[in-house]
Design a protein around this ligand. Structure first.
Ligand code: FES
Length: 167
């Protein structure tokens, strides 16, 4: 397992200190760690368990129960494609395939360059917009906004290539 760097450990320590003693501290701490590091490393679970007196199995159970928590680092941009019934019958599988081929990220995985993660999700409660895709929390109803979605993905790819090789 790759060791966490000192900055990440300091981030987790300050999150743990901030919520220690509050009601329901485990979920508060996990939420902040996910938010700030983009995932929950095992070391964070250990530190949270120690600070709250909960067994690590319980902290791990919370992490795996809630889909908002992940134990692997996510890409810079997270794309979620709904595969619920309304979205599926309106072509979300085709959009998912398109996004996989555009970004190089596998379904429920991250692209080799770390730029995109693609998640296949269940119904997100926006069936009227089916097929639904969200990018970093912004929702696209792809019947009307597929071109906007593609342009945004291309824009992020362009930004990244400019950052990697500035000209
Ligand atoms: S099925 Fe996709 S939002 Fe409901």
């Amino acid at each position: 397992m790759k060791k966490l760097n000192q900055a990440s450990i300091a981030t987790i320590e300050s999150i743990v200190a901030k919520h220690k003693g509050k009601m329901g501290p485990v979920k508060l701490m996990l939420h902040d760690v996910q938010d700030q590091l983009g995932y929950i490393p095992f070391e964070a679970m250990e530190m949270i368990a120690k600070a709250t007196g909960e067994p690590i199995s319980k902290v791990y159970g919370v992490v795996t129960f809630y889909s908002q928590f992940t134990t692997e680092p996510k890409g810079k941009h997270v794309i979620s494609v709904c595969l619920g019934t309304a979205c599926y019958v309106n072509g979300s599988q085709t959009i998912l395939d398109l996004l996989v081929s555009m970004t190089g990220a596998p379904v429920n995985g991250t692209s080799p360059n770390g730029l995109f993660s693609i998640d296949a999700t269940r119904c997100v409660g926006a069936c009227g917009l089916a097929p639904v895709v969200s990018v970093d929390g912004t929702v696209f109803g792809c019947k009307k906004q597929l071109d906007e979605l593609k342009l945004l993905v291309l824009e992020y790819m362009k930004e990244e290539s400019n950052e990697v090789s500035p000209n």
